[in-house]
Every structure is written in C-alpha cells, then in structure tokens.
Design a protein around this ligand. Sequence first.
Ligand code: CUA
Length: 353
Amino acid sequence: MEKHLPLFPEGASTLSAQVDTLFVVWTAVSIFFSLLIAVLILVFMVKYRRRHEDEVGQPERAAIWLEVAWSVIPLGICLVMFGWGAKVFYNIYRPPTNAIEYWSVGKQWMWKFQHPDGHREINALHVPIGTPIKLHLQSEDVLHSFYVPAFRVKQDAVPGRETQIWFEATKPGIYHLFCAEYCGAEHSRMIGTVVAMEPTEYQAWMSGVTPGQSMASSGADLFQSLGCSTCHNPANAAMVARAPRLEGLYNHQVKLADGRTLVADDTYIRESILNPTAKIVAGWQPIMPTFQGQVSEEQLTQLITYVRTLGAPEGGSPEAGVGPITSGDTAGGKTDPNAPQTAGSAKSEGSKP
Ligand code: CUA
C-alpha cells in the first residue's frame, strides 16, 4: 500500500502493509457503521416523530430475524476484527527464529546499539534490508520506548527486564527512531535513525567500522571475572557439586526445589543472577550471592547471552545440564575461601550462605 497521503508515515518493513491494511479496514468499517447509525437515527426521528400532543407510542416487537441479524452480524464482525488484530499483533511481537540479534539499551537520553559482532553505535542503527532483525531492548534508568513509525514497531524498554522487538526493513533509507515514552526533560530529543541498507552496502559499511567484542564473549569474560566459573564449572571436579551446570540450560526445563518445573528463559536466568534464592534448583543449596547492583543492565545481558550460547554438557548426558540449574547462576558460593578467587570474588562477601 504505497501512500501519498500527507501525514501518513512511509512504510518500510514487512509489517507495514499488515498494520496499514488492518488500520484502513477498521477505520472504514467504523466510518460505515457510524454513518449508517447516524443516518438511521435521523430518518427514524422524522419518520416516527410524534404527531399529536397526546399521542402515545405503541409497543412493538421487532421480527425475530431482525433481532438475530443485528446481534449475530456485529458479533461476527467483532470476532473477525479480534482474530485479525491478534494475528498482526502476534506477527509484530514474535520474532522469527532466523532473526539476527542486535541489542539496544535506552538511557536518559540516548539509544545505544550493539551489532552481532560487537560494533557499537549511539542514536543510529545500521541494518541490512531483507533480513529479520531482532532487537533486545533494555533500559538503564527509566521507561523508554523504541519506536520506528516507518517499520510500524514500538516496544517499551523497561528497567529491570528485557523486552524484544523485531522488524525486517524492505527498502533502503534513513528512518526516524523515536523514544515514545515520556522519560524526562530531554525525552523529545531522545531520537535517532535507523539506516536500512542493501546487504552488500551493509557489508561494506561493517568492514569499515571497528568491530567490538560480541555480547557472548563479553559475557564469557564477565563469567570469569565475577567468579561465576569457580562454582559453575563442570571442568573443575572439586567444585562441580556446588552449583548446577549451565551447559545446555537455556530453554530447557528446570526442576525446582519446591516441585515446580519451568523453562530456563531469559527472565529466569536474569532473576537467578539478581535474586538467586528466588528459585532454587532441586538438589542444590541456596548459597549463591546476589549480583544485584554489581552488574549493569548491559553486563546482565552479556551474561545471559553467554549462558544462552553454552551448548549441551560435554559427553552428552543432557539431563545433567538440564536438571540442576538455578539458584546459582553466577558466582562463587561463599564457601570457597581457598578457591582461586578472581576479581569479582570480593563481591560475594555480603552473601548469605
Ligand atoms: Cu526515552 Cu522518552
């Protein structure tokens, strides 16, 4: 649906047409019924007006078919609207599995981005067209909202939680990026651009920028420096009993001490780092200290991304990696004064056994 209407935003993603069609059809249906009802009111006002001072209305029953028709037809229309709207909503908020992962952190008042290879940008995001891009969103301070009208996508960046949005740009161009949630004095200046490029151009552009450290590899470094590896380290036979293995954990089921079973998703891993005692894995002691306040949002993402990349445990036995997993996602339990403590170990000190 190419638009030449003034004020109608350009459409430049695979979602644009879906959203626009839905919007136009809903608007048309609403206008149609608003007009129909308004006209009928006017017509009936005249047709059934009171003709004498003492005229009294006669009770009248509408024909049964009429009653049924004006109940069932609107119901059908509403259900179609619901189903259609839900489908588009679903398409917008479920990234395809083959999407390439990018990261973004909103903070007062800028958008920080990170490419899969670690390259970083501020207030500009370069992406190839024709590729689904999945953006992990976080906030360092208050609520922000990532909004690119041309792509018809909007998603909040919520402090303390990771949200996601995805899009696939369909034509090269420079598109406005807004923060769509009032976030303080300079909210209106928290803007940027998404630059959609032909894949070859994107490659050329990428080869000209300094690659950074990827999320997963930053996470692996943190995992060492925070001391996580002293307990979550299957290679260390003496330590292995202190904390669950993380290999093969991601997206697998975890059995908790209280009998519940859940899937180890991002939210779960995040909670296990910040509040390790919230969900204790069956068979393990709650000895892991919290890392609340010790890791930034970005570092949390790095750790989570690292955990995601851990494959199945070596030597098969998937259940070893899947079973014991939570409470300790990170750091050294406090019972290891003699363990080779790394830089982060001091942080364990305030921990409760
Ligand atoms: Cu960030 Cu408004």
